[in-house]
Design a protein around this ligand. Structure first.
Ligand code: SAM
Length: 245
């Protein structure tokens, strides 16, 4: 009888189906066998972002690797709504926070974007992706957002797909009901854009406001820090057009 350890969740890249064998890498083996002290015969939950969640049994447990076997599906796959979170990178810990919260709040894609006043010119997309995986493991999600390499705002807007709307979080907007503006615009493919600590430049604001696919919104009468603004915007979008609605 397997010990009741199946609350431990692990993101893997292997395909998952009944009987599928999943090889663990060094970090995963260290986590399961050294940190969590699991042994052969124990169960864990696996997901890979495509095949739902599976209960899997430990077949081999070694210091540097291990093997699991998928036993039964415990959740079917569910993609989050088609929502991108674009944000200008800020300090490392706050940028990590944004990636983590975007995952928890159900963004499908996380995109660091360089704007005129962005004052952090280095973003480690791999580190952000690792934060997204960790958040998905902890929150019972079966999908992990894609994390894109940073791009300039220019490039993001030049490549903007014709069928997607943009929730432009405009700190200079006064009043207005953000939820009502989103509802009026409608649609199910969106991107949220959050500016840097220094805000958007006047040129960027003029340009963004004039885009036919953009919905400028205010997040209330107070200026929020960028990480708070990201969570607030995700909340309004999810409650209005997303999977809370
Ligand atoms: N330096 C700017 C200022 O003082 O006006 C503040 C920028 S704010 C710290 C960072 C980003 O969060 C903004 O560019 C915007 O995208 C978003 N944001 C913060 N407060 C907001 C609000 N009340 N309405 C809309 N967006 C907001």
């Amino acid at each position: 009888m397997a010990r009741a350890t199946a609350k431990i969740r692990l993101y893997v890249t292997a395909e998952l189906s009944a009987g599928a064998s999943v090889a663990l890498d060094r970090d995963q083996a260290r986590y399961l066998f050294s940190v969590m002290r699991l042994v052969v015969g124990d169960d864990v939950l696996l997901f890979n972002g495509a095949d739902g969640e599976w209960r899997a049994r430990i077949i081999a447990a070694r210091k540097k690797d291990g093997v699991l076997e998928a036993v039964e599906q415990t959740k079917v796959h569910m993609s989050p709504p088609d929502l991108w979170l674009m944000f200008a990178p800020i300090k490392k810990a706050r940028t990590d926070f944004i990636a983590e919260k975007a995952t928890e709040m159900g963004a499908r894609r996380v995109m660091p974007v360089f704007t005129r006043h962005t004052n952090s010119d280095r973003v480690n997309a791999e580190r952000l992706a690792a934060h997204c995986v960790e958040a998905a493991e902890q929150c019972g999600l079966v999908a992990v957002p894609d994390v894109l390499a940073p791009q300039t705002l220019e490039k993001v807007l030049a490549d903007w797909p014709g069928d997607r709307r943009l929730m432009f979080c405009d700190e200079t907007a006064v009043g207005g009901d953000a939820a009502e503006a989103l509802r009026r615009a409608g649609g199910d493919k969106w991107g949220i854009l959050i500016g840097p600590e220094g805000g958007f430049s006047a040129d960027e604001i003029t340009r963004l406001r004039a885009l036919p696919f953009a919905t400028p919104v205010s997040l209330g009468p107070r200026i929020l820090r960028a990480d708070t603004a990201a969570v607030a915007a995700l909340t309004i979008w999810q409650a209005t057009l997303g999977d809370w609605a």
